[in-house]
Write a protein that binds this ligand. Structure first.
Ligand code: PGA
Length: 221
């Protein structure tokens, strides 16, 4: 089975840049056997969804509201997102760090995403967080988990393979059937290490911003 490769552009690209990246790369990415998913910011989702309509590529939102449609200024709800995306990131470590999101937020957001048929990518910094999430009653069927050690995100210091393997085993013992991804300073030089360890795919930040660099990652998956 192919791997899942998610390009997380965070708050880095303008609408125009998002559209250029997709137009320049779309046909090449379609040749891949892997499931490729792009995660632009909210305002670029409509153009991304429209440019990728009818292709094998997926679109992911970087966040989802824990609320239903209603008076929540600034929020974007799952019921509306589902018109544009297939996946949503939940509690990425930057959401935990700058927006005080935690495992109980994750429980609510994952539930909301699943209710509207979206695939949540639950981001955790280790197996303890996943355990806490499950202890709080978090749904586990139909989710993807991304293991992203905080010291590896955006630092150019990917996780030691032995440690990544250890955490992967711990995560697997908690969640048998669901896909588990690795994220944190993934490049074309190291991606095969994490795939070979048994991760079902990768979440790529910095190295996904440049389309050529991202294509090199795909060649190495
Ligand atoms: P990075 O980001 O690849 O720049 O380390 C990964 C992520 O935050 O998802």
């Amino acid at each position: 089975m192919g791997k899942i490769v998610i390009a997380n552009w965070k708050a880095n690209k303008s609408i125009h840049e998002t559209s250029e990246w997709i137009k320049n790369t779309r046909s090449k990415l379609e040749e891949s056997e892997n499931k490729i998913v792009v995660a632009p910011d909210f305002v670029s989702l409509p153009i991304a969804a429209s440019l990728l309509k009818g292709t094998s590529l997926g679109v992911c939102a970087q966040d989802v509201s824990m609320f239903e449609r209603g008076p929540y200024t600034g929020e974007v709800v799952a019921e509306v997102l589902k018109e544009l995306v297939e996946y949503v990131l939940v509690t990425h470590s930057e959401r935990r760090k700058y927006f005080q999101e935690d495992d109980s937020t994750a429980v609510k957001k994952v539930k909301m995403a699943l209710k509207y048929g979206l695939k949540p990518v639950l981001c955790v910094e280790g197996s303890e967080e996943l355990r806490d999430y499950l202890d709080l009653g978090g749904e586990y069927k139909g989710i993807l988990v991304a293991y992203e050690p905080i010291e590896s995100i955006g630092t150019g210091k990917p996780e030691e393979p032995a440690r990544a393997r250890e955490v992967l085993d711990q995560l697997r013992s908690l969640l048998q059937a669901e896909s588990i991804l690795y994220g944190g300073s993934v490049t074309d030089q190291n991606v095969s290490t994490y795939v070979d360890l048994g991760f079902d795919g990768v979440l790529v930040g910095n190295a996904s911003l440049d389309s050529e660099e991202f294509c090199k990652i795909l060649e190495s998956v």
